[in-house]
Design a protein around this ligand. Structure first.
Ligand SMILES: *[C@@H]1O[C@H](CO)[C@@H](O)[C@H](O)[C@H]1NC(C)=O
Ligand SMILES: *[C@@H]1O[C@H](CO)[C@@H](O)[C@H](O)[C@H]1NC(C)=O
Ligand SMILES: *[C@@H]1O[C@H](CO)[C@@H](O)[C@H](O)[C@H]1NC(C)=O
Length: 433
């Protein structure tokens, strides 16, 4: 009887053309940083490497397009790779749908991939009807030409200043070194918030008739209450992807390492800097649970340990800037899960001591202390592993949310070097939804 009623309701909904989300609570959204194609050696991620993920992910998000500051149009950021005759990744990626017909492929705009020096264009675009219309027309053209199923706005709003809980960490921190602070103060916050609300409304109106989706990616350190009028924009969005990670980073917090992506607040930390606080914000401001998607980083954040760092490794811990770069990602302060995993299992000198997370609240870390005999720097690594990614998916499920968003496929173990399984983080998260 139940199934019959359901079938009738489903048929009715389809007849009405209403959007029935087949993945209301089990979205596995996978971002792909397409520039990872340019990494050296085994770090190089090719379009073909997406295939094993395409059967795990419900949504694939192509990162990233940008905007042209003068014309306000959405544009490829790597024309050679994205749309050029040689590579044509936009086309190749949407063609995956031939093999994986249920996969939805979206193009994301912004994502901090568009150069910092030009981010004011993300604000000016919201200010006038004319600029917004040009942007909307260009998005519709790109989606149509390359057959994307939707667009994701990873809007580059200004970031909040580094906030420290000084109740115990006191003044010492304040005086050591001024952390990176954006000097920019947005004098037109309200205008930008309202402009963005209008942009979302008008863009959705154009996409709805073309049966294309509109999602939002909330980047780390963007103050949601300043820039997103959740109540007004949520009805026009298919999903809100919360990038609930990078709460601390080696760039923003060079002198102190801590859990980069905890689910819950831990003792003496800034109360807003965790997954649960972000999720509650969107829920409390009227966003349906099924539209809220929890971001999970596949990459680790790393800091350098020195003779001043506590030997215990317990965070928060004194550090001296970003940890040494990895062989594949070649970025100081960042390691892919594959790179972390190699150093956890290694028997030789570079081996990290792993500290798991039995509380299921804060995440894993691993470290190699400073070596007082040789004077060699140590490293502290805050990372996600299949267990902690699974914990986040379980959290999303328990709260009735929309699912998880993995950032990004190129920093998961896409070659399966850890245990033989490709994309172990995506896999583990999916299993718990
Ligand atoms: C994407 O990968 C490239 C190449 O490693 C890197 O330089 C860039 O910072 C990454 N971009 C994002 C937005 O993660
Ligand atoms: C975000 O903005 C609100 C409203 O202006 C403010 O009360 C809050 O302190 C801000 N949060 C952060 C982390 O800066
Ligand atoms: C500092 O941490 C304490 C304990 O977790 C918390 O009660 C307090 O609100 C925090 N203060 C700030 C400014 O975040």
């Amino acid at each position: 009887m139940k199934t019959l009623v359901f079938a009738v309701i489903a048929a009715f909904a389809i007849n009405l053309g209403a959007a029935v989300d087949p993945h209301e609570h089990n979205k596995v959204v996978c971002y792909w940083n397409s520039t990872s194609f340019e990494r050296p050696g085994p770090g190089k991620f090719q379009v073909e490497d997406l295939r094993p993920a395409a059967s795990l992910c419900t949504h694939l998000i192509y990162g990233f397009a940008g905007i042209n500051a003068d014309s306000h149009e959405a544009i490829p950021l790597n024309p050679n790779l994205d749309t050029g005759a040689g590579y044509a990744f936009y086309k190749f990626v949407t063609q995956l749908k031939r093999t994986f017909p249920d996969l939805k492929v979206y193009l994301s705009i912004g994502g901090n991939a568009d150069p910092d020096s030009e981010t004011h264009k993300y604000l000016t675009l919201t200010e006038t009807q004319e600029a917004r219309s040009k942007f909307i027309q260009s998005v519709v053209r790109l989606l149509t030409e390359y057959e994307f199923d939707g667009v994701d706005l990873a809007w580059e709003f200004p970031q909040v200043k580094v906030k420290k809980n000084r109740s115990t960490w006191g003044k010492i921190w304040h005086t050591i070194k001024k952390p990176f602070v954006s000097k920019f103060k947005d004098e037109k916050e309200e205008e930008h918030r309202n402009g963005f609300t209008n942009l979302v409304r008008d863009l959705k109106a154009q996409l709805r008739t073309r049966n294309k989706a509109l999602t939002l990616t909330v980047l780390p350190h963007v103050n949601a209450s300043v820039y997103y009028d959740a109540r007004l924009i949520a009805p026009n969005l298919d999903a809100v992807h919360l990038m609930t990670f990078d709460q601390v980073t080696p760039e923003r917090n060079p002198k102190e390492a801590d859990f980069p992506a905890p689910i819950y607040e831990s003792y003496n930390r800034v109360p807003q800097d965790n997954v649960d606080a972000s999720v509650r914000y969107w829920l409390e401001h009227g966003t349906p649970g099924g539209k809220i998607v929890v971001g999970i980083p596949a990459f680790a954040r790393t800091w350098k340990l020195t003779s001043d760092s506590a030997i215990s490794g317990v965070p928060p811990i004194v550090t001296d800037g970003p940890g040494a770069e990895g062989p594949h990602t070649t970025t100081p302060g960042l390691l892919s899960y594959g790179e972390v995993c190699a150093r956890l299992t290694e028997s030789s000198v570079g081996r990290l001591r792993r500290v798991g997370d039995p509380s299921k609240k804060y995440g894993s870390y691993a470290y190699q202390p400073y070596n007082s005999d040789t004077g060699a720097d140590g490293i502290w690594v805050g990372y996600e592993d299949p267990d902690t990614a699974g914990n986040k998916a379980s959290y999303a499920k328990a709260k009735g949310l929309g699912g998880v968003a993995i950032y990004d496929l190129s920093t998961d173990d896409f070659r399966g070097t850890c245990t033989g399984d490709k994309f172990p983080i995506v896999r583990a998260a999916k299993l718990k939804l």
